[in-house]
Every structure is written in structure tokens, then in C-alpha cells.
Design a binder for this molecule. Structure first.
Ligand SMILES: [Mn+2]
Length: 355
């Protein structure tokens, strides 16, 4: 297991590489470029520059999250071939700088969704929360505007303003895309990129949909064991793998996280683990908690034990943290709570190792 920490780059993150280097165990960096429009290839000089920046700070960069996928690929439109070619170029360039895993998602239009980015918890900390009853009353365009207004001045991952301009138009185009069609479009994408991944030795690790159920009438397919099984079979290569995000999949209590880790780990398809905890108030209503088992619904010992038992050699990172100790940062991505998460997950790992 290699512990990592997500970083949004010098311009887009309140957390610095110098701070990350002082987190116990010195995690690796999960990085990305944020100034390349979705659909365009990531230029070699820019990815080299990112790698240099990280290495100059004494850290490693082996994981990218995310190389986003153009909507036309998800919709299966004719222009997809052009965008897939750009994606192939990005993979080759990332291979050049020694990247081992690319995390991506295949969620139509919207990335992860929360109804409150700063819910006040009893202890005075703030956490992101989700309430399905609110989502059902939401109008997507209005919702996106509200989220942009509440994110402390940072763009939310996957919610970059340039992607949202054509929101209404895109929603209309999805009317003819159902689950099967979306699976078909994912298969077409994977068939065209996995051979390049094999050459570049970069493993693709799809992130589950968050939350893992359809929203606003849009299909979502990366949601449960059955669909993940279908997904890994779309292209039968170890390079077609998964990011197992406990907080995303776990927001549906039917998904048993340790069981999923063991199942897909045994198949050699698990390349990246996002570990975080949730507390449920009702069905479809939850807020994100600290990583500690007793603060939420998940048994973190069992999750880390499952990774240990499969002999996991991939990457793990703490996922969204709360805002604590007065920190002002991108929602979910402050320094303090995620650093505490790392210390805790590393502690569990050491204890499991020595048992
Ligand atoms: Mn995640």
C-alpha cells in the first residue's frame, strides 16, 4: 500500500507541498492539471512541469486524478473519436513522466454532488452533506450556481465553470442515453485507450459515481458490485481497473466495502483506494465524518484489513475531510482533517501488519 494525498496545484490549493511533506510518512502526491480544457490532450511540457514541481518539494507523483472525459465520449457522439485521440495522447505523455494510475469517472454531466458544502456539526467542525429529498426538488442549473457561490472561491472538481456553460444543452442530449447505452459508450472508450495504457504501463482506475444512483433523470452506472463486475469485463485487461471509494459506494448501504475490496482485489483490478467515513441520518441522508470508525458508519479497521489481506500494492488516499481548527480551504480538501486521516489509516495499517 502506498499512501497518497490529493493536491490541486500551486494556483488552486490552499495546502502547500511543504505542508504535505511534513505529514507523517510523507505521502505521495495525487495530482492533475487544471488549466487544460476537458477534451484536449495534456501537453508533455505541462505534465513534466507538474512532476518537477512535486519532485523539487521532495515528493513523488505517480497518480493522476482526474483526466476528465469529454461529454461527447459519454454521449457516444461522432466527435468522440477526436476526443479519444486526445485522451490517448494524454496517457502517452503521462506514461513518459512515470505515472502509474489514472483515476477518472464516467458520470454524465455532474461529478460528485452534495447539498451542503459546510454543514455545521456538533463539535463546531464543518462537513459536506447530502440529502436526497433536497436533490429531488432541485433544478440542476440553479443548483450548480448555488454550489459555485458557496465553495470558498475554489472551483469544485468536475464542476469547472467552462463545463457548465452548455449545461442545458447537454441535459437535452442525454435524453436518448440509458444505462445500456452508457455502458456501450464506456466500452468503446476503453477499447480505444486500454492498448495505449498497456504500452505506457498506466492503469486506469474508474471512480464510482457519487452518490451511486441516478440523478436528475441521468443514468449512472458505476454504482454497485454487479455493475462493477460488468465494467471490468468490458475490456479484459488488468489496466481496466477501479478506484474503490468507500464514501461514494458506501452511501448506498447495500454496498459492502470490505467485501468489494476483497472481490475486485482478488481479480487484480483494484488500483486506487479512497478511504473516508460517513454518518447517516436517514436513508439517502448523510454527512461526511472524520475518518475514525466511531465517528461514522464504516468500520475502518475492516476496510484497511481487507486491503491488507489482498496484499494491496496500489495507492490509497484519505478522502474528503471536514473543515476543522478554523481552516479555510476547498470543501473536503483542507489539510488538517485529511492529515489526521492519514495518521489514523497508517496506524491501522501498522497494527494490522504486526498482528
Ligand atoms: Mn472518492
Amino acid at each position: 500500500m502506498k499512501m497518497t494525498f490529493r493536491w490541486f496545484g500551486e494556483k488552486d490549493d490552499s495546502v502547500t507541498l511543504e505542508q504535505i511533506r511534513q505529514i507523517p510518512g510523507k505521502p505521495g502526491i495525487v495530482g492533475a492539471l487544471y488549466d487544460v480544457p476537458v477534451g484536449e490532450a495534456w501537453p508533455l511540457d505541462k505534465v513534466k512541469n507538474l512532476k518537477d514541481t512535486v519532485e523539487k518539494a521532495g515528493l513523488e507523483l505517480e497518480v493522476i486524478e482526474s483526466v476528465n472525459i469529454h461529454e461527447d465520449i459519454k454521449l457516444g457522439l461522432p466527435a468522440r473519436d477526436k476526443y479519444i485521440e486526445s485522451y490517448r495522447e494524454s496517457i502517452r505523455n503521462l506514461g513518459e513522466i512515470g505515472i502509474k494510475v489514472i483515476c477518472y469517472n464516467f458520470m454524465p454531466v455532474f461529478d460528485w454532488l452534495r447539498t451542503d458544502l459546510a454543514m455545521k456539526l456538533e463539535d463546531g467542525s464543518e462537513a459536506m452533506a447530502y440529502d436526497n429529498s433536497i436533490v429531488q426538488k432541485l433544478e440542476p442549473v440553479k443548483m450548480v450556481e448555488d454550489m459555485a457561490a458557496n465553495s470558498n472561491g475554489f472551483a469544485l472538481p468536475g464542476w469547472e465553470p467552462y463545463r457548465l456553460k452548455e449545461l442545458k444543452d447537454t441535459l437535452e442530449k442525454y435524453k436518448s442515453v440509458d444505462e445500456d447505452k452508457l455502458f456501450e459508450n464506456l466500452k468503446y472508450f476503453l477499447e480505444n485507450i486500454i492498448p495505449v495504457c498497456e504500452e505506457a504501463d498506466i492503469k486506469m482506475a474508474i471512480h464510482p459515481d457519487d452518490p451511486p444512483w441516478p440523478l436528475f433523470g441521468l443514468p449512472r452506472i458505476v454504482t454497485c458490485k454487479e455493475n462493477l463486475d460488468r465494467l471490468v469485463k468490458l475490456v479484459d485487461s488488468p489496466y481496466n481497473g477501479l478506484t474503490l471509494c468507500s464514501g461514494s459506494l458506501g452511501s448506498n448501504p447495500q454496498n459492502n466495502i470490505p467485501e468489494l475490496i476483497r472481490h475486485f482485489g482478488a481479480m487484480g483490478r483494484l488500483h486506487f483506494g479512497h478511504v473516508r467515513n460517513l454518518r447517516f441520518e436517514a436513508e439517502g441522508k448523510f454527512h461526511e465524518a472524520s475518518h475514525l470508525s466511531s465517528d461514522g458508519a464504516f468500520d475502518m479497521f475492516e476496510i484497511m484489513k481487507a486491503y491488507h489481506d489482498i496484499g494491496f500494492e496500489g495507492y490509497i488516499r484519505p478522502d474528503h475531510g471536514r473543515m476543522i481548527w478554523g481552516e479555510k480551504a476547498r470543501p473536503g480538501y483542507g489539510l488538517y482533517d485529511r492529515a489526521l486521516g492519514i495518521a489514523y489509516l497508517n496506524g491501522l495499517w501498522e497494527a494490522i501488519n504486526k498482528k
